[in-house]
Design a protein. Sequence first.
Length: 609
Amino acid sequence: MCGIFGCILKEGNAAPLIHSSLKRLEYRGYDSVGIATISDGKIFMKKDQGKIDEVHKILNLDDLPGNLGIGHTRWATHGAPLKVNSHPHTDCTGEIMVVHNGIVENFMELKAELQNLGHTFVSKTDTEVIPHLIEETLKNNPKLSFVSAIQESIKRLEGSYALAIISSRDPDKIICARNESPLVLGINGKGVFCASDIPAFLPITNKAVMINNGELVILTAQGYEIKKISDSTPITREPITIEWTAEMAVKQGYPHFMIKEIHEQPETLRNTLRMQDHYLDLLTTFLDRANEVFLVACGTSYHACLAASYMFSKLAFLPTYPVYASEFVEQHGKSVNIDSTILAVSQSGETADTLAAVTCAQQRAATILGLTNVIGSTLTRISRVYIGTQAGPEIGVAATKTFTSQLSVLAQLALKLSKKRGKISQDEMDCLEENLKKMPEDVETIVRTQEEKIKQIAHKYKDSKVFFYLGRGISTATAYEGRLKLMEIAYIPSIAFPAGESKHGPISLVENGFPVVFICPRDDSHKTLIGNIMEMKARGAHIISVIEEGDEEIKALSEEYIEVPKGIPSVLSPIPFVVPLQLLAYYTALEKGLDPDMPRNLAKSVTVK
Ligand code: M6R
């Protein structure tokens, strides 16, 4: 999730404006920054790794000539956060400059093809194929205009992109295009602007033109022209007036980052599911060879590990040990060895407990694999192989979109390993892959259809003194995560455990009106879970169930029910089933007048042991 910005001013230099606009997009990533401008038909460019202020101090980003330019603030996905991977990226001639937000899924094929044709690549990014592709298209069709060459080139891209492109070959234009990554134009009497997001230009103008998927935009000092990438059909779209304040704009109109991030999950899941097979294959090979596998993490990331232990066991017959990172050294520090493999999972990649566990295992020659949302974090530097979760920066202290992204990577790994080991039938594999693919849609449906109902449930139960969260099998992990969310942002003491354990002690707490949240996918444990619900009901508990649509049996036993779409396989169920629990925690915190983005005593990244 990077930030792009471009502008053509009627008067004055573009670079200072691009710089200040990128600052307002820094919440989208800050691994590196770069600006390219055109003056007198010549290209000028500055870029480096580091936060915008750091780079500006050294390079003076404002000191670039020309009234037209583009800029980028990066959140690394392909390639480490280094200068060489910073945007803008260019072709062999240095005449074409591209900034990009998104993921070009087929970049490896394109890169190989272009390298065979003699193109030289300098970075590890997916983006760099774009300027080379445009260069090659122009070489093969010298009569083509620069705009048409871009249009033809991007037709070959698979994946997501918001692009802003400039060139000394056509020095008075910025050409933009969009597929699945956000892009918006800003207009005022002084110039035209393109950006990933409205906050970038809000202090300059509140007149915006939204760009849709499959559209190409030509910006000139005179204005903008939109057309379809596929067949050049012109599109007329008038600016709308944005009423947001600058703070609202950063949150895209949502009152809090947490709810914005909950709503972003269809998009972040889509991005994560676009993961390059190559990385998954590599990690799968290590897991396949491992003698013993520890899944090590803290908090929400630990819950992803717990769910993953069921996925690996059920799909690939691989036993794994989920371990709280803070306990790893005490529990396994002496026995971990050269034959052990550690898969460390951490949103930030900087959690001290996780890094301590990893360091201990590394000193004893174990293989370290990493799964993190932050490329360039310590975890990526100390892992033998790592995968990025592609969720974009998560600002809310409560992890939401990174949890579902972690789960979707772990599910993909389990499926790959299962395939490699030939453990499940082709039909089952097809069904699981199909279901994983439609997960973004399912999450979209849940948020769209259940949010209002969840608000009412939050209102009704906001004064409860304690909650239970129960599930069986993999849903135990979902229950743990739902309970952590409620505790950390709504400050309601909550208890989660496998539903079968309730009769071994915790049930003594239950009295009239006691809220018990049951996670109820329609899996092999459904019947037994109904028994557990009955036990709770018999003691006066109020059942709040998360059920599959049309699960009349559990519906009839519940005071409240929240529905998720039908037919979700059990091993994938934590992804959709956790979403209502995130919403329940969020709305309960609001009901109690709390700020869900800033829960007391907590920090986004816990860098102390
Ligand atoms: O960055 P990490 O995933 O390593 O962080 C682990 C925990 O600190 C984190 O999940 C924490 O529990 C969150 N507040 C959960 O919402």
